[in-house]
Design a protein around this ligand. Structure first.
Ligand code: PMP
Length: 435
């Protein structure tokens, strides 16, 4: 692409004049212009390029502009671009088939949505209708989306005014670095977090609780890997009280952990699985709920009261098929697992030895967080002003970071190479050194 700084200025000026941005006070915004991308890199119109270690909003698992996915969208567009949800469509059926093929035994149906938040909304509605119960339990440290019920399920932002909030209860989950339970080992943290959850269930009245919803690994809230046994322990509590388990795999699913689902290998089978992002890397908006057979059967005779105009949109469905096929045939999930274990993990541990501001490194696959602190004794988070300066400096050095609270999330596409990681780590190193 030939550099054209004029186009860059036009894109910026039009954005500032007419685009209202998410989660922001508008006046101080200074958005980066992005015009194109390929693999792990994006660039603007003026010829500046960036290594994308954010995967945008942790969704571009297959990398930017994968040619097979772009072609599939183009071919589907030439054939049929939109169709009502009530019809049958080959691309939609094949997308659903490929999704359930990666889910555990006993999941054969997919309800499609436009993204993650509406997947969470519909999973909660299914759970309430299936159980005839109302309450929903979720973690304080969580993110489930920004619609009526999803934002209330989200612990961290539950105080946003919402007239539809009802029946939502929060609990503390395991987070050993900042343990709520005075624990000093993962085993202790796990046992105490499960005890706490069971006490919350008992105190709330188990017969009124429809579901516990959990991100298998809370993402936005800090890449909080569950200690061994935690997810299986939550499943056991659900079983004791007839409560459904919804695992939210919107961010962690479809390759990010180096597995198809983050809960794989945790000895747990949920009742409902929500997904979005990685299923097609966001090339066309889509999300959904993978439904276990007994819950799907609830709606064999009874109407499921919900639906969306663009549910299972053909362009999105075609991109799901091409994405999952390419991830399979190109070993992209395995790449995420290997690079995470052999390259990212050791490199970030090396950074933590050199920089006292790094309090903890945690993660797996291409799903990592550096927790930054002002003081190693008190673990006081690095202040927002320093985080803001660090973010700006990383961008100036050519890296798109994902910065949340006092953390840098190291979340490149699953196709990241060893060389990309080496380049990124030298940028993090320089920026942390300049801090
Ligand atoms: N659940 C989780 C775990 C997420 O990370 C997100 C988005 N970051 C959502 C739900 C909401 O997805 P969306 O923004 O597509 O509505």
């Amino acid at each position: 692409m030939t550099a054209d700084p004029e186009l860059d200025r036009l894109a910026y000026d039009l954005d500032r004049a007419h685009v209202f941005h998410s989660w922001s006070a508008q006046a101080a915004l200074d958005p980066l212009v992005i015009a194109g991308g390929r693999g792990t890199r994006v660039w603007d119109h003026a010829g500046r390029s960036y290594l994308d270690f954010s995967s945008q909003l942790v969704n571009v698992n297959i990398g930017h502009q994968h040619p097979a996915v772009v072609d599939a969208i183009r071919e589907q567009a030439a054939q049929l671009t939109t169709i009502a949800p009530s019809t049958a469509n080959l691309a939609r059926g094949q997308a659903a088939e490929r999704i359930v093929a990666r889910a555990p035994e006993g999941f054969s149906k997919v309800f499609f949505t436009n993204g993650g938040a509406d997947a969470v909304e519909n999973a909660i509605r299914m759970a309430r209708l299936h159980t005839g119960r109302d309450k929903v339990l979720s973690r304080y440290r969580s993110y489930h989306g920004n619609t009526g019920a999803a934002i209330v399920a989200t612990g961290d932002w539950r105080r946003i005014p919402n007239e539809f909030a009802r029946g939502h209860v929060h609990f503390f989950g395991p987070y050993l670095y900042r343990s709520e339970f005075w624990a000093t080992t993962p085993e202790e943290e796990c046992a105490r977090a499960l005890h706490h959850l069971e006490r919350v269930v008992q105190a709330e009245g188990p017969t009124g609780i429809a579901a516990i919803i959990l991100e298998s690994i809370p993402g936005t809230a800090g890449v909080l890997l569950p200690p061994p046994g935690y997810l299986a322990g939550v499943r056991a509590i659900c079983d004791r009280y007839g409560i459904l388990l919804i695992l939210d795999e919107v961010m962690a699913g479809f390759g990010r952990t180096g597995r198809w689902f983050a809960f794989d290998g945790h000895d747990v089978v949920p009742d409902l699985i929500t997904f979005a992002k990685g299923v097609n890397s966001g090339y066309v908006p889509i999300g959904g709920v993978i439904i276990s057979d007994p819950i799907a059967a609830t709606f064999d005779e009874r109407v499921f009261p919900g639906g969306l105009t663009y549910s299972g949109h053909p362009l999105a469905a075609a991109s799901v098929i091409a994405t999952l096929d390419a991830m399979e045939s190109e070993g992209i999930v395995e790449n995420a697992r290997r690079v995470g274990a052999e390259v990212i993990g050791p490199a970030l541990a090396g950074l933590a030895e050199r920089h006292r501001a790094i309090g903890e490194v945690r993660g797996e696959g291409v799903f990592w967080a550096l927790e930054l602190i002002a003081d190693r004794e008190t673990r006081e988070p690095l202040p927002a002003a320093a985080m803001g300066a660090l973010k700006k400096d990383l961008v100036a050095r050519g890296l798109l970071p994902f910065v949340q609270d006092n953390r840098i999330h190291v979340v490149p596409p699953c196709v990241v190479t060893d060389d990309d990681v080496a380049e990124a780590v030298s940028i993090y190193d320089a920026a942390l050194g300049a801090l």
